[in-house]
Design a protein around this ligand. Structure first.
Ligand SMILES: [Zn+2]
Length: 398
């Protein structure tokens, strides 16, 4: 995601100036304070007793601790998906022809048949992205448009946003992606937060219903980012690495407020198919997500960047995916061809206790939850084909 990367780079340079640090316990500080003490006591005792054994008794920091599992069990390191698949959640801002050519080569190696670029932008930028991707490989790419909020303070915004979207669709957009600033950082000139269910967007969503455009929407963040940043926080490591990802109450609405706004938005536009990104941030509570599916028939989710949630609960994940097999779509988020194999292994095998690809998302290991082929096909492509009628279904098995 172009904008996200830009924010991340900026934020790491100002990491510890985050105001959250003044309000909440700062894990980095706790960490730094405790490590030298532990180290000092070890070197003192080592110098008196057994200098040669200091490396075996040294206390590692939590980030250094990296135990090698001694478990011996069957391993199936799948490199290529069992069926062709559609990645509904990828980001390629302003791609060059070289990037796109390389992308297609890489996609072929893992059976990634169609990639959905959610970062199409709007207007000229969208036109250019469509030309560079779909224009050259019509069967391999789908581009979503993004709303502009530049004129949100001028009356008639919703109507104008709807007209811009209609123009983007004429220029090749096949869906609308709404980024995470929606509901959180987006503010009116008055300073008031723009709520996720603000009626100002009604004309935009009505246009989506009229044009049968799916809306992939990211509202909120993992609930742990809204919790105090302390030793009990499940995402401690990620918040240390990226302090700007914290959503302290001094700056952001509570997680539950955002969930309620999002759910009201989905309910208010029953003719729009909403794909809530990242398991709708309920990957850690699949029962809750199931209840939402039961009440909102127009709601879908992707599994992008939240595989570790499913992989830590293989029995629940399996049963959930079987039960809600029509509602879940394959997605990856940050594009890296070598990272898809974790998704294949989790979805297609019963491998146990294997390392995840991004430790800051999961200090735990994950398990495969192997779903039946029919479910796998729905997650890999059938559900996406249903929501995105522009894709040629002939490239996929029945
Ligand atoms: Zn994303």
């Amino acid at each position: 995601m172009k904008s996200w990367r830009a924010i991340s780079v900026f934020a790491t340079t100002v990491a510890c100036v985050c105001s959250a640090a003044l309000l909440w316990p700062h894990p980095a500080r706790t960490q730094q304070a405790s490590s030298p003490i532990a180290f000092a006591s070890i070197s003192a005792s080592a110098s008196v007793q057994q200098p040669s054994s200091s490396s075996s008794t040294q206390t590692p920091t939590i980030e250094e601790y990296n135990p090698k599992s001694t478990l011996v069990v069957p391993e199936h390191k799948i490199q290529r998906a069992k069926f062709p698949f559609i990645d509904i959640h990828s980001h390629h801002g302003n791609p060059t022809p070289e990037h796109v050519g390389q992308l297609v080569k890489e996609m072929d190696t893992i059976n990634l048949r169609v990639l959905v670029n959610l970062s199409g932008g709007t207007g000229e930028e969208l036109k250019k992205t469509v030309a560079t991707m779909k224009g050259r490989y019509p069967d391999r790419f789908v581009v979503f448009a993004n709303p502009s909020y530049d004129d949100i303070n001028t009356s008639g915004y919703g109507q104008r946003a709807a007209e811009r979207l209609a123009a983007d669709v004429r220029n090749g957009a096949q869906g609308l992606k709404i980024f995470k600033n929606f509901g959180m950082d987006l503010k009116y000139a008055t300073g008031e937060r723009v709520h996720a269910d603000d009626p100002i967007f009604d004309p935009l969503f009505e246009k989506c219903a009229e044009l049968k455009l799916p809306v992939l929407i990211h509202v909120a963040e993992p609930s742990a980012f809204f919790d105090p940043w302390d030793k009990n926080n499940e995402r401690w490591q990620e918040l240390k690495e990226f302090p700007q990802r914290a959503r302290p109450p001094s700056k952001y609405p509570p997680f539950e407020t955002l969930m309620a706004e999002r759910n009201r938005l989905f309910a208010r536009h029953p003719k729009v198919n909403f794909i809530a990104a990242h398991l709708a941030f309920h990957g850690n509570d699949l029962e809750r997500l199931g209840k939402l599916f039961d009440t909102l028939p127009n709601m879908y989710v992707d599994i992008a960047a939240v595989l570790a949630e499913l992989g830590r609960q293989p029995y629940s994940a399996h049963d959930f995916l079987v039960k809600y097999q029509d509602r879940v779509l394959m997605g990856k988020d940050i594009y890296e061809v070598n990272e898809y194999k974790w998704y294949f292994r989790a979805l297609e095998t019963r491998d146990e206790y294997f390392e995840y690809y991004r430790r800051r998302h999961a200090f735990w290991r994950i398990y495969g939850f192997q779903v039946p082929d029919e479910v796998l096909k729905k997650i890999y492509y059938k559900n996406a084909l249903k929501l995105l009628p522009g894709i040629d279904a002939k490239a996929f098995p029945n």
